[in-house]
Design a protein around this ligand. Structure first.
Ligand code: HMG
Ligand code: MG
Length: 311
């Protein structure tokens, strides 16, 4: 990887991760999580989701979380916005990046948001108009970009056309979602090439789940294809409740480690991020998170502590 380059990471753990948690995470812990992620150097943080609380009960406190977030210079907070009702909540909370989301496959879209892909685009139109008028940055997820849990394969051309339609509606950034983590490097390269025909490379992010353990290889493939924006989730937390079998996102620690070792700047302090994940798993979730670099670093810390007590 060429040294001297930088990448922008969007931390999606507080949204993509916590939307999937079976237990209740206290509002104060969610706010602490976002605050600590910003302190670790993350500059784009998807903090919560203004979807229906009936559909995603785990984030029913989105309004309270968003209002309690401390403003940090240089840090942008994002949230999912499925429709105009979500946009009103987003505006009242005063966040920075409104993220709409639609699937490249009809069945997942219907299961996820209860309407067709065409209806989703119509729902977004007034949201994106309002965002433009308010000077709010927008991103659009194209989910199931590497495969659908209900329909199987998804054609790259279909993803590219949908991305093009979203850009025509005024979206600033497209995030290509491998929702169920089935993509592989050659597919990611072909996908990026297809979408780059519709959207400038600088406006494309990759959002890669890790079900098959290929997410980090897919990050590298995306980077090699010219992508410089990646979504990731601390400790590898995450999933979509309406995509059965999907596991978490690529772990932020793994992405930071991959890039920093190649001389590509992420702006993130890996030790501070490991501290955040360690706090989250021990004090809040009470289970181990899967991220490989997280596990390796915590193992090193434990061995070092044990060595100190025996000498
Ligand atoms: P619906 O039931 O078809 O909507 O849901 P509706 O308009 O008929 O409204 C039903 C009720 O919800 C009404 O309340 C509305 O007021 C209320 P009631 O009259 O029954 O009391 N409502 C809302 N309340 C609060 N905020 C709102 C809102 N909208 C309606 N914004 C809807 C349609 C889109 C709302 C629903 O399907 C929904 O919320 N779905 C969200 C599903 C979701 O969040 N999935 C996970 C996120 S996507 C993901 O994880 C993938 C991603 O990570 C990328 C990737 O990995 O590929 C982004
Ligand atoms: Mg996701």
């Amino acid at each position: 990887m060429p040294a001297g380059t930088e990448v922008v990471l969007t931390e999606v753990g507080p949204r993509d991760g916590l939307q999937n948690e079976p237990g209740v995470v206290a509002t104060a812990d969610k706010v602490t999580l976002v605050r600590r992620l910003a302190a670790a150097g993350l500059r784009e943080i998807e903090a919560t989701s203004f979807v229906s609380p009936k559909w995603i009960p785990a984030l029913a406190d989105a309004d309270d979380v968003a209002r309690a977030l401390p403003r940090v210079p240089g840090v942008r907070y994002g949230a999912l916005v499925p429709n105009l009702a979500g946009w009103e909540r987003f505006r009242a909370a005063g966040l920075d990046v409104a993220a709409v989301f639609v699937s490249a496959s009809e069945t997942h879209n219907r299961r996820n948001v209860n309407c067709s892909v065409a209806e989703s685009l119509e729902r977004f139109r007034p949201v994106l108009d309002a965002a433009r008028e308010a000077g709010v940055r927008t991103r659009a997820y194209v989910s199931t970009a590497c495969g659908c849990p209900y329909e199987g394969g998804v054609a790259e051309g279909a993803v590219a056309r949908l991305a093009g339609a979203l850009v025509a509606l005024g979206v600033d950034e497209i995030s290509l979602g491998d929702t169920i983590g089935v993509g592989y490097p050659a597919q990611v390269r072909a996908l990026v090439e297809a979408v780059a025909g519709e959207v400038p490379l600088s406006g494309i992010a990759l959002h890669l789940h890790d079900t098959y353990g290929r997410a980090l290889a897919n990050v590298q493939a995306g980077f090699d294809a010219g992508i410089r924006r990646f979504d990731a989730s601390l400790g590898g937390l995450g999933g979509c409740p309406y995509a059965p079998g999907a596991s978490g996102n690529v772990a932020t620690e793994d992405v930071v480690d991959l890039f920093e070792r190649a001389g590509v700047a992420t702006g993130v302090d890996l030790d501070a991020l490991v501290d955040v994940s360690a706090w989250l798993e021990r004090e809040v979730l009470h289970r181990r998170l899967p991220g490989r670099v997280l596990r390796a670093r915590l193992g090193e810390r434990e061995r070092a502590a044990a060595a100190r007590t025996t000498t």
